[in-house]
Design a protein around this ligand. Structure first.
Ligand code: ADP
Ligand code: MG
Length: 699
């Protein structure tokens, strides 16, 4: 193992490197840009670019790229070399400030949801100096935002940066009222990433894995995860070797990879980094997913980031641990030791509670995708209903605050905001509710509905914005009270009480998997948006358009175009799955079953020739030929549905999404049932692809 301290961040143009490589004045003005969002002057940019280039060349880089996050959910890059020809036929290596600050990729092939007219194919990328440049595959990567020429955001970074500013602005206002002076509040995130590893040779034999990232057929293996022997189990040597290399690569890129372990399902694992600012955490999570795939390939493995690669065992999610902290590093969701700190904590808590309740629809939309639909509501994931877990202790404290009742039955205390110190409650209680979509875990919230392949950008844009909105309402109220000469403690207590009272229906500490909860949630008026087509219409509801517009995160046009992209992506993904299924069933499975049938029929004829009993053969032939007919019918009806979807498509992706949900997905499920049943009846040597036993237990 290389020296971790030495390799950590060695491929990153971070603050230490900047201080070393840049003239003092340049370093200072760059920092003004980073800290205060001041515009960077071109002469400064030229000096920075040159220093970056020299540093990158020392590390073996030959190219640079603007690295951005278009609406595909993955990252994009277009490499240019540093070479510039000079007289005499040779070249020098150059990189200008202009090239650092702005790029103009031909953007016509990225999804824009109709934002960019075809005649204006260009977009531009703009350097985001708050995320450090780094070297990957001999290329200097410059994290950038991606916009259209009209200035509309075409990516997942621009709105995230805007949302961080919005929540900072409102949080600073609230803090000021409490006498906490700070110039900036940062939203922080630590995303826990789940994934599967499968053998590359087996993977290549399955079109479903290759084309869609998940198995579309597959009978359950005799053993699944019922023995709970994989979770936290000892790592197998091949997996260990993969993780070691993965960590080293990530550390070089400055990613704070910290925890690794086996997950619940066989072949499933998890990696968690140490939290950092939302923007960097998002960049790093994209890099983590990409590096996982790259390193796996070197070990003859494939890393599956799909939410539900295998039926019958756990799927993969991504837990988005989120909090707010001041620039100075004070966590605002950490209960404090003084009455003032506690009042402040309860105010921020009230804002989050109100935000999650009022904008449960937006949180749901932020995790909606065709692949996450396969998982939400399954037993490894929270249900589609958004609710919040606070734990019994904190809930009791809040009840005491709201109803002015005794918090502690024995001591008969009433909690008074701004006067009392919160009683200590255990931070990490062991009964931490694993079934809740949104859980308070002592000093942060954990949003657990994200799918494993989800970019964390969307959910954090949502969280930052909705909390900004509630904080702004709170600040409005407190400022007005203050101006009217009201007692501050009383005013805080009143507002917190009101907020919690109005939104307490979102708090649920029980079992989110239970049937009772579904009924109870309905009684409470909470939304249960089971599928992506159910959820997406909410994104463009008037209250949500107004919210994002108010905080300058999205314009109405940007939101409508984003929704269009979501619908389109849902439809395309499921349609690819349906086509893959029909293709595999027709060209691989049906012929395999017929071949096996023929083998049995020939056996029967041979056996009969000797006058022996052929009742087993006859029974098998009967069963198989019945099912072959069912298989053929199921293929035909799926094909018809796929064909018909073309005309539905003419009426728009939104309409198509419902057709897909109600017609295509059920037809896919019927076909799968028949195939999985056949898999259990056909001899192993005839089955045309690796099975779940092969895939899940072969590393
Ligand atoms: P779990 O018990 O849920 O598996 P882990 O320890 O694996 O927890 O992950 C917890 C994650 O929460 C880590 O990524 C950690 O860095 C992150 N985290 C801790 N504090 C904060 C915070 N203040 N803001 C955001 N994320 C945080
Ligand atoms: Mg977790």
């Amino acid at each position: 193992m290389s020296n971790v301290e030495e390799i950590f961040g060695s491929m990153v143009f971070n603050d230490d490197v900047m201080r070393q490589k840049l003239p003092k004045e340049t370093y200072k003005s760059l920092h003004k840009t980073i800290d205060e969002g001041k515009e960077l002057d071109l002469t400064v940019a030229n000096i920075v670019a040159n220093a970056m280039k020299d540093w990158a060349i020392e590390k073996g880089a030959t190219h640079f790229t603007h690295w951005f996050q278009p609406m595909t959910g993955i990252t994009a890059e277009k490499h240019d070399s540093f070479i510039t020809p000079i007289d005499g036929g040779s070249v020098i290596m150059e990189f200008s400030g202009k090239e650092l600050i702005k790029g103009e990729p031909d953007a016509s092939s990225f999804p824009s949801g109709g934002l960019r007219a075809t005649f204006e194919a260009r977009g531009y990328t703009a350097w985001d100096p708050t995320s450090y440049a780094f070297i990957k595959d001999d290329t200097l990567c410059i994290p950038t935002a991606f916009c259209s020429y009209g200035g509309e955001a075409l990516d997942k970074k621009t709105p995230l940066l805007r949302s961080m500013e919005a929540v900072s602005r409102q949080a600073v206002r609230v803090l000021k009222l409490f006498g906490t002076e700070t110039s900036k509040v940062i939203s922080t995130v630590g995303p826990e990433q789940e994934y599967f590893l499968v053998d590359k040779k087996l993977y290549d034999k399955r079109k479903d894995l290759v084309f869609t990232g998940r198995t579309l057929f597959g009978a359950r293996a005799p053993k699944g995860q019922e023995l709970d022997d994989h979770y936290f189990g000892a790592l197998k040597p091949r997996v260990k070797a993969f993780m070691k290399e993965l960590n080293e690569e990530l550390w070089r890129l400055g990613v704070l990879a910290k925890t690794e372990h086996n997950e619940a399902a066989p072949a499933q694992h998890e990696l968690a980094p140490i939290f950092t600012s939302t923007n960097i955490a998002t960049d790093h999570n994209q890099l983590t997913m990409e590096t996982m795939k790259k390193v796996a390939a070197r070990h003859g493995l494939v890393c599956l980031l799909h939410e539900k690669p295998f039926d019958g065992v756990n799927g993969s999610g991504k837990h988005n641990n989120w909090s707010l902290s001041t620039k100075e590093g004070v966590n605002l969701l950490e209960p404090g030791d003084t009455p003032r700190d506690n009042a402040q904590f309860l105010t921020f808590l009230a804002a989050v509670i109100a935000a999650v309740d009022e904008y449960q629809d937006l949180l749901r939309v932020s995790v909606a995708s065709a692949s996450n639909d396969c998982r939400l509501g399954g037993y490894e994931a929270p249900p589609a209903i958004i609710s919040m877990f606070l734990g019994d202790e904190l809930t009791e404290i809040l009840a005491s605050v709201v109803y002015e009742t005794n918090y502690d039955q024995h001591k008969k205390t009433v909690m008074e905001i701004g006067v009392d110190v919160l009683p200590k409650f255990p931070k990490d209680t062991t009964d931490r509710n694993r079934t809740s979509p949104f859980a308070f875990t002592g000093n942060k919230f954990e949003f657990r509905s994200l799918g494993s392949s989800n970019s964390v950008s969307g959910p954090n844009i949502t969280l930052n914005t909705i909390v900004a909105e509630e904080l702004s309402k709170i600040a409005d109220r407190l400022e007005a009270d203050l101006a009217a000469g009201e007692d501050f403690n009383k005013s805080v207590a009143k507002v917190v009480r009101e907020f919690i009272n109005a939104h307490k229906r979102i708090i649920y500490n029980g079992n989110n998997y239970s049937k009772e909860w579904i009924r109870e949630a309905e009684k409470r008026g909470l939304l249960n948006l089971r599928t992506t087509p159910d959820a997406l219409p909410y994104f463009t509801a008037e209250k949500n358009l107004a919210l994002y517009e108010k905080h300058h995160i999205f314009t109405r046009t940007e939101m409508k175009s984003r929704n269009e992209i979501h619908y389109e992506s849902y439809c395309k993904r499921v349609t690819i799955e349906a086509r893959t299924m029909a293709d595999m069933a027709k060209k691989e499975i049906l012929p395999a079953v017929m071949k096996y049938l023929r083998e049995i029929a020939e056996t029967a004829a041979a056996v009969e020739h000797f006058g022996a009993d052929i009742s087993v053969e006859t029974e098998l032939i009967g069963q198989l030929s019945d099912r072959t007919k069912q298989l053929n019918d199921a293929i035909k009806s799926l094909e018809t549905i796929i064909e018909d979807s073309r005309s539905v498509r003419q009426r728009g992706y939104s309409e198509l999404s419902f057709y897909i949900r109600d017609k295509m997905i059920p037809a896919m499920a019927s076909l799968r049932r028949i195939v999985d049943d056949l898999e259990c009846r056909v001899a192993k040597e005839y089955w045309p692809m690796p099975t779940y036993s092969d895939l899940l237990f072969n590393i």
